[in-house]
Design a protein around this ligand. Sequence first.
Ligand code: AMP
Ligand code: MG
Length: 493
Amino acid sequence: MTPSSKPNRPDAGWHFDNSYARLPAAFHVRMNPVPVRAPKIMVFNEALAQALGLHPEALRGEEGAAIFAGNTIPEGADPLAQAYAGHQFGHFTMLGDGRAILLGEQVTPQGERVDIQFKGSGQTPFSRNGDGRAALGPMLREYIISEALHALGIPTTRSLAVVTTGEPVFRETPLEGAILTRTAASHIRVGTFEYAAARGNPDDLRALADYTLRRHFPDLAAAENPYLALLEAVMERQAFLVASWLLVGFIHGVMNTDNMALGGETIDYGPCAFMDAYDPNTVFSSIDHHGRYAYGRQPQIAQWNLARLAETLLPLIHEDHQEAVSMATRAVTGFPDTFRQYWLAGMRAKLGLSNQEADDGALVEDLLGCMHRHKADFTNTFRDLASGSRPEASIFQTPDFQQWFARWQARQKRQPDAWENARQLMNSHNPAVIPRNHRVEEALAAAVEQADLSVMENLLDVLARPYENPPEEGGYHLPAPPSTEPYRTFCGT
Ligand code: AMP
Ligand code: MG
């Protein structure tokens, strides 16, 4: 099979407009995905398809498989691999889409512009030593966790489909090859700006900045200094995003600058995972030896990445370099405060508090300290607080927790809301279910080893409604049983 541009069934609902392809040539290489032998759909996100203006009935069968494998190019697409750079674990590298192809931007019935991108679609000029391919397990893992974050209300890229390719990929052992179709507000990364700055063409850098303003922050075009305003707006979104992660115990795991999107979405689900017992030093990634991307370090790393973005913008912020540096520095220095405001607002909601008191930060920190000492489950401790009486979990029996509990109850009385309202606030901010690591692994094992997708489908159903109590007997709310092996995740697979 060769890729063809023949129109697919007219009723699939594609409506492409490819603004990224109109950026200067340095930003991309036009190319089609490399066709695969025998594509088959494993999961298809019909609700997302509908929201994008696509018609699921036209995409379910073989035709859908051919499209989501990159064998058939839908009319209006203008496929390309994106060029970008990035700081990986602190070291600068020229990167680019080594195994991804941007099909184009689907314009939804609501007029939103959404990137449709394949991950695992073959080699590109940016592949370096990689095969350009992906294995089924990690693509399904991205599907599960990105959809879980979406359901939790956290900005994220989403997953439209996973197909198997009918071709093996070779890692330590041969694995089943797969392609994920990912959707995103855009794939403009901090690393895209680093790429433009490193190449040193001022026109390209300005074109990228103007494009980003138009695409994500159209209101800022009229700002007195649009490029400083761009930096500040990106910082605001990252502060919100990283606070949202911390509030649900999410660890991204590989916050390299190429994995930070200017649109403010969570992107790149490699070694990410949710924390069970609260410990700010939690790290799951097998390659994060020094804990650079540990749970509690995420705000600092976000600020570090934003400083890299700020550096690229200096020539646009002010023609006088020293002046530009002082303006950008002032902006980046404000990040911890902005982050803290979002985090504290979220924590107040998790504790059912609708008004503010000066000591609220200390109240939250003392609870977290207590949870850390007692290795309490992060998700369930917060969820259980709303049950009103002190539940069974062992932390609730400890003297330091009981002292904290009395303080919190006194604090509850100093707000205007009745307990019932507080409880509702808490139950809409403290998830009952998160994608527990052992449940994700169980779903992936069934899908990959037994070709049984039902375990994953059941998990996806529960994760789609994380603030509802799932049926007790499913055990979806339970942390992993004690194990001698710490949970480990892997990236770039
Ligand atoms: P990531 O760690 O997923 O953010 O990827 C970092 C870089 O490695 C990106 O440029 C990817 O496109 C590239 N990459 C990851 N896996 C592969 C692969 N199997 N083949 C080619 N490039 C890859
Ligand atoms: Mg990446």
